[in-house]
Design a protein around this ligand. Structure first.
Ligand SMILES: [Zn+2]
Length: 128
């Protein structure tokens, strides 16, 4: 009986490889997937929408930087906010974004200071 105390994950479960370093030794930690090789943590894609092919499309900002959960970005143009008299101004910093499969092209879920939680398009932000 040789029990390894560390490697608890089951082989039968196929987890997606690490998006950072393509390691296949990813494992689940709560709602997150974790890569033991580069310590990258991310949320597995939720497939409640029928995204045929299910390829992991990278979400990029306005200048082509790949965005990740937890990134801080700045808004690169004034954004009108539904139900608000004020717009989100250019240069507004948005911390701790979450990449989502949102409504329309909205692929960032975040909280904007003074506005509250909302979804943004990756095309209107720039990674800090
Ligand atoms: Zn990795």
């Amino acid at each position: 009986m040789q029990g390894c105390p560390v490697y608890h994950w089951t082989v039968s479960e196929t987890l997606p490889p690490c998006p950072e370093c393509a390691s296949e030794y990813t494992y689940e930690m709560g709602a997150l997937l974790v890569c033991p090789e580069c310590a990258h943590e991310w949320s597995p894609a939720v497939s409640d929408e029928d995204d045929a092919g299910a390829e992991s499309t990278e979400i990029k900002d306005a200048v082509g930087n790949v965005l990740a959960d937890g990134d801080t970005v700045t808004v690169i143009k004034d954004l009108k906010v539904k139900g608000s008299a004020t717009a989100i101004k250019v240069g507004t910093k948005v911390r701790n974004i979450r990449l989502v499969n949102g409504v329309g092209d909205h692929d960032i879920d975040c909280k904007v200071d003074g506005f509250g939680p909302m979804q943004l398009k990756s095309s209107v932000v720039k990674k800090v």
